[in-house]
Ligand binder design. Structure first.
Ligand code: GDP
Ligand code: ZN
Length: 286
């Protein structure tokens, strides 16, 4: 049979296959081969043996927390309380884009913002799929539900933006877990040890109960963060210099595009993130 690991506790793996959950162990040879199953893995198993036979190739993998095959992130932010830290949002976008995860932006607490405020946020992210949501009134919840099917998603964003409130609106499954979910998602730091993939049968998709992943993995690479900017992609082919960082080079098409295809505030934050990462790398190799 083939199924997906949704939870792993004390050497047991909980595997969802054709709507049923099975509990299996990893065979001894996995340890010798340095293989450790993680939540999100698609595995083959034989019920008679009680062991996982094989882990199918992973599409991506994260370490803190350990999960694989993540396909989508809902990045939640608001201009109400807490006011969005857009540098953080941009970093989450970069990390997701570089990991091959589909980005959906969720502007929550729209009931507490006027149209101008919502528009100001939206116009910085025109290259992205953006949904205006209110977990309080239910606005936009159906738009989120539509994107759950056939995906392994998670909800990222600052503590207090409404991640657990939104998840509660999505399915009754989460209402039973309210306390647990909000404790895990409300944490600012990604300290969740046991991550679980919660499958929603009526939407045919799964949500991970983690507020995000550690940035640890891409910190030392400021030169490739422009790959994380969708709106640079068409433009940057026209930069004069190959490997243009779009900071000081002359004849840079990205800089020329500011005000038209490139949003100025997004570009200013790009420069900040670039120098922050560069500084971190310089320090490390001093
Ligand atoms: P999390 O830390 O991101 O999981 O955030 P919570 O879901 O715990 O929400 C934090 C606070 O914001 C709670 O008091 C919620 O009731 C409130 N909240 C969440 N979504 C909305 C919303 O759409 N509108 C309003 N007005 N309040 C909200
Ligand atoms: Zn350039």
């Amino acid at each position: 049979m083939t199924g997906r690991i949704v939870k792993g506790i004390g050497g047991f793996y909980y595997i969802l296959a054709a709507g049923k959950e099975y509990t299996l162990k990893a065979p001894g040879r996995f340890r010798k081969e340095g293989i450790k199953p993680v939540v999100g893995d698609v595995v083959e198993f034989d019920l008679k043996g009680g062991y996982i036979d094989k882990i199918l190739p992973r599409k991506n993998q994260f370490y803190r927390p350990a999960v694989s095959n993540v396909t989508q992130v809902f990045i939640v932010f608001t201009h109400s309380n807490p006011k969005a830290d857009l540098i953080l949002i941009d970093k989450l976008i970069i990390q997701s884009e570089l990991s091959g995860i589909n980005v959906v932006l969720v502007i929550n607490k729209c009931d507490e913002m006027d149209d101008d405020e919502i528009e100001q946020l939206k116009e910085q992210y025109t290259a992205f799929d953006t949904i205006c949501v209110s977990a309080k009134t239910g606005r936009g919840i159906d738009e989120i539900k539509k994107r759950i099917g056939n995906n392994v998603s998670f909800f990222a964003g600052q503590s207090g933006v409404g991640k657990s409130s939104i998840i509660n609106c999505i399915s009754e499954i989460f209402q039973a877990k309210t306390g647990e979910i909000s404790q895990k998602l409300g944490r600012g730091k990604h300290t969740t040890r046991h991550v679980e993939l919660i499958y929603i049968p009526e939407l045919q998709g799964g949500i991970l109960d983690t507020p995000g992943f550690s940035f640890y993995d891409f910190k030392d690479d400021e030169t490739c963060i422009d790959d994380g900017y969708r709106e640079f992609k068409d433009t940057r082919d026209n930069c004069k210099f190959i490997g243009c960082t779009h900071i000081n080079e002359p004849k840079c098409a990205v800089k020329d595009g500011i005000g038209t295809v490139i949003n100025e505030q997004r570009y200013e934050r790009y420069k900040k993130i670039y120098s922050e990462l560069k500084e971190m790398r310089d320090k490390r190799y001093d």
